[in-house]
Design a protein around this ligand. Sequence first.
Ligand SMILES: *Cc1c(COP(=O)(O)O)cnc(C)c1O
Length: 425
Amino acid sequence: MSHFSYQNGVLHAENTALDAIAAEFGTPTYVYSKAALLSNFSAYADACQGRDALVCYAMKANSNLAILDLLARQGAGFDIVSSGELLRVIAAGGDPGKVIFSGVGKSEEEMRLALSHDILCFNVESIPELHRLNQVAGAMGKQAPVSLRVNPNVDAKTHPYIATGLKANKFGVAFDDALDTYRTAAQLPHLRVVGIDCHIGSQLLDDAPLLEALDKLIDLIDMLAAEGITLHHLDIGGGIGIAYGEEGEDEPVAVQDYLGRLFKRIDAWRLARHNGAPIKVIFEPGRSIVGNIGVLLTRVEYIKPGEEKNFCVVDAAMNDLMRPALYQAWMDVQAVKQDNGAPLCYDVVGPICESGDWLARDRHLAVASGDLLAIMAAGAYGMTMASNYNTRGRPAEIIVDGEQCHLVRRRELPADLFALESTLK
Ligand SMILES: *Cc1c(COP(=O)(O)O)cnc(C)c1O
C-alpha cells in the first residue's frame, strides 16, 4: 500500500495534504511518511521473527535523527560508514552494541571512537586496515570484533556507480584472497574474528545475485571452520531495490520473498553441515527501508518554452537531490494538484548554474508557475547527499504521522551556511 495518494485531487502523505505542508513549511521540503517507514522495517523484522538475526539499517541512505530514533525503537541496529554516523546513532538513542562499521577508509580516530563505544563489529576491507585496527585496539587494551568484507565477484547488474561486488570495485577483500586474509586476522592478538560480510550493490531488483553471493560466503565459512576459524555471523549486506515508477521497469523482489529464500538456504546448509546449529544473520538494508517513504516537494518558479525543449524550472535542484545528476536516475514527478489541462513535455530543472542540474527529463505535465510538484520515492540518498552548492540551504524535512506533521529538520538559512567561515585577520 502506498502512503502517498490523491485525496480530492490533492496528493497526500498519509492524511496530510502536501499543499498544506508547502504553505506551512515552504519548499523545497522532504516529506516522509512514518507509517511507510515502519511498514518497510517490519517487512524485514517480521521475516526475521524468532531467528537470531539483526537488521542494521544502512543509515547513509537517510540519517535524520527522527528516522534513526523511530527505527531504533523497533529494535534496529545500524550500519555506519563514518564516526559522524556513529555520533548520530548515539544522539538518536540507538544502541552502539548493534552498530556495524563499514567502509574502506576508516581512520585511527574513527576506530578509537567506535572501540570506545563497544560497537558490534568492524567490517574490515583490507589487510592494512586489519593491522591498523589491531594496533589501535591494542593501545586501548581492547579486542576489536571483526568481520571481513569479502568481494564475491558476482554481477549485481545495476548501475556501475552502485555495483560494488565486482573484482574491479574498490570494495572488500577479493574472494580468492579471503582465506589468507582471515588467517592473518586470526593471528592478530587484538582482533576477534567474528563474522563475514559482503555488499554487492544497490537497487538490485532480483535476489539471484544475492543468493549467489550467499553461496560463496557459505563455502568460505565452511573452509574457515575446517581450519578452526569459527564465524558467528553472516552479513549479506543491503541492496534490495525499490520501484521508482518508470514505465517498463522490472518489479523489485519483495523483501519477505527474498528473506524466505535466503533463510531456506541457510537452514538447509546448517542442517547438512552444522547439525542444525544456527548462525546469526545480519542485513544492511538502506534504500528498501527509506526509499519509498518520502517525496521532495518543490514549487514551479517558471515555465520556460525552448526551441527544442520546454523547461519547467523548479525551486529544488541537484544540490537538494543528486540522484538524477549523479546516476542519471529516473525519478517520478507528480503534480500535487491533479489538473485536467493538456500536458506538455518538459525537462524539470533546478536553478543551479550547471547543465547537469536536472531532476527529470521529457515528462508530460500540466503545470503552471506556482504549482507544486512532488519528486516521488526520494527518501533514500536524497537529503543525505544534498549539498550547499550555490550557497543554497538544504531543504527542511518533515515526518507525517496521519494528520500530524513533525518538522524534524528546519530549513538551512544562508547565515547557517557561512557561520563556520571567517575573513583573514
Ligand atoms: C550503502 C550500503 C548499504 C545499503 O545499500 P542499499 O542499496 O541502500 O540497501 C549496505 N551496506 C553497505 C556496506 C553500504 O555501503
